[in-house]
Design a protein around this ligand. Structure first.
Ligand SMILES: [Zn+2]
Ligand SMILES: [Zn+2]
Length: 333
């Protein structure tokens, strides 16, 4: 199997091939594309994106302790969290990484722009790294596994979790080559435009809560505090919800499917991650539009896709039948 075929198998179909040796294909991949290293500017930018929201969360907590918290701030937080969060889960992840459904160029652009406003990197870089994660899942080559090269005992566990959560962003050495992992998106003019205009979406993601705050309170101060909550606090919360998929959901929780990696379903994280914490289900059926496969597995991202499908705005939605799920469980016995 060539590296390109291996990638298609892991990311865009539902069964991980048992014959494939991830280490061998990592070596093969290295022969055709060397992983890009982070330069100093990238490292610095990533550090700022990580530390600045944390500092501003401190400011927000201090202000609210002093009584400066308006209901409009929480409205701005809820709306911006939902919009940018769904941009990541429905847009970056289910639509653009795994092709769980199809939609119009306008909606594709909108989802990509909303996800960009989450400030988790430009869309093509995000997709490339996530596809590489699926290809190597907890084997050497995975950009953010908590299990690779971390040693044993509690030190290895803590070090692995830190690497999977934020360490890989600050100094990762297994990042994905966009030319190899996201050729389809590089050839998509809509996604390419959104990718290049990344900074614009980040700024709009701050202007929007400011405008909302001004509209709701009629004051500039109301706009500024809404921007603090709907910008910095939202960014911080959503970042760590997403990062938790990479760290916690490969470490804690239940495994329904024998996926060949350490992916897990983590119930308490389902709502904050808008349904992405059913991560073992997701590794078992990567293209499934639903990650919460059972009725009680809450998955707000899947609810949105269902509503859009009902309205005819998205189509060719990938559904995994209960029979297929049972067949997979039966096959692993
Ligand atoms: Zn994973
Ligand atoms: Zn995925």
């Amino acid at each position: 199997m060539t590296p390109n075929q291996a990638l298609e198998e892991r990311v865009l179909t539902d069964d991980r091939p048992s014959s494939e040796d991830p280490v061998a294909s990592a070596a093969a991949l290295g022969a055709i594309s060397r992983p890009p290293a982070l330069d100093t500017v990238d490292r610095l930018a990533n550090m700022v994106v990580m530390v600045l929201p944390l500092t501003l969360v401190g400011l927000a907590a201090w202000l609210s302790w002093g009584g400066v918290l308006h209901w409009s701030d929480l409205v701005a937080l809820a709306i911006t969290y939902a919009l940018t969060g769904l941009g990541i889960t429905v847009g970056f992840h289910r639509l653009l990484t795994h092709r769980s459904f199809k939609t119009s160029p306008a909606l594709r652009g909108l989802f990509a722009a909303l996800g960009s406003a989450a400030v988790e990197g430009p869309v093509i870089e995000w997709v490339a790294n996530h596809r590489k994660h699926h290809q190597f899942s907890d084997e050497p080559g995975d950009p953010h596994s908590p299990h690779v090269d971390r040693g044993s005992g509690w030190r290895g566990a803590v070090g692995g979790l830190f690497h999977a959560h934020v360490g890989w962003i600050l100094g990762g050495d297994a990042l994905a080559d966009e030319q190899h992992y996201a050729k389809d998106l590089l050839a998509d003019p809509v996604v390419r435009f959104v990718d290049r205009a990344f900074v614009l979406w980040v700024i709009l993601g701050l202007v929007f809560p400011f405008g909302l705050g001004v509209a709701l309170t009629g004051t500039v101060v109301g706009g500024l505090t809404a921007m603090l909550w709907g910008g910095a606090v939202r960014m911080f919360l959503l970042h760590h919800a997403t990062f938790s998929i990479n760290s916690l959901c490969h470490f804690f929780g239940r495994r329904t499917f024998a996926t060949g990696d350490q992916s897990r379903n983590l119930l308490w994280l389902a709502l904050p991650t808008l349904g992405e914490a059913w991560h073992n289900n997701h590794h078992a059926f990567p293209t499934s539009a639903r990650h919460g496969l059972r009725w009680w597995q809450l998955d707000p991202s899947a609810w949105l896709i269902a509503v859009l499908e009902h309205g005819g705005l998205v189509w060719d939605v990938v559904h995994i039948s209960p029979e297929r799920q049972l067949a997979k469980i039966a096959a692993q016995r």
